[in-house]
Write a protein that binds this ligand. Sequence first.
Ligand code: CA
Length: 246
Amino acid sequence: MTMATTAPSRRDTQTSSMKPRVLIVEDETALVELLRYNLEQAGFAVAVAYDGEEALTAVQEDTPDLILLDWMLPLMSGIEVCRQLRRQTSTANLPIIMLTARGEEGDRVRGLDAGADDYVPKPFSPTELVARIRAVLRRIRPALADEALSYADIVMDLVAHRVTRAGKPVHLGPTEFRLLRHFMEHPGRVFSREQLLDSVWGKDVYVEARTVDVHIRRLRIALNGDNEADLIRTVRAAGYALDAQG
Ligand code: CA
């Protein structure tokens, strides 16, 4: 029994960081718990703010992928939170779904005018709400809405953090996983080494451009096995692309 005891927890962390993150902004605790339960079951990572000001702070500290924003909130209304988020460049395009007990057409228009991407009147079915969340995410960032990505014969299960090619498991290190995910989110597009560094390693990380080549090579070896076609195209002087035509 010499299995490394740190491996499972590290993988858990990576898996949860892959989940789309939803911030619930709602002051009714029973509804918060219902939403939290349903969203977690649906594969989302959930954070909660109980009033408008807390919501703004939460977004600033850790920007979610989508906000479920109740209209009637203590301290600051959902509409005002929505307006403030839209005014800041960093959150101008953050997906927002407004929840509200008000059902009047004029309210719906006001909600959308304030910059919400969708508007869901209470009471709602959690299943339908999850479908609306996925629809908004799919429109704004396609890969976030789905739990799996596929391209040619590669399938990436983003929840279980597993990759298969032609049904056979592919074992990737964390960097190769993120690289492949980035390619699978933008199939056919050519990325320069610098663009890959920014998107996959992060803008604040200093890594030499040739590090990209090292990880591309590892990714190729893992994906191609002994005799699979190479789906990663090297574009001379430009970069790399995931491309079945290459
Ligand atoms: Ca409320």
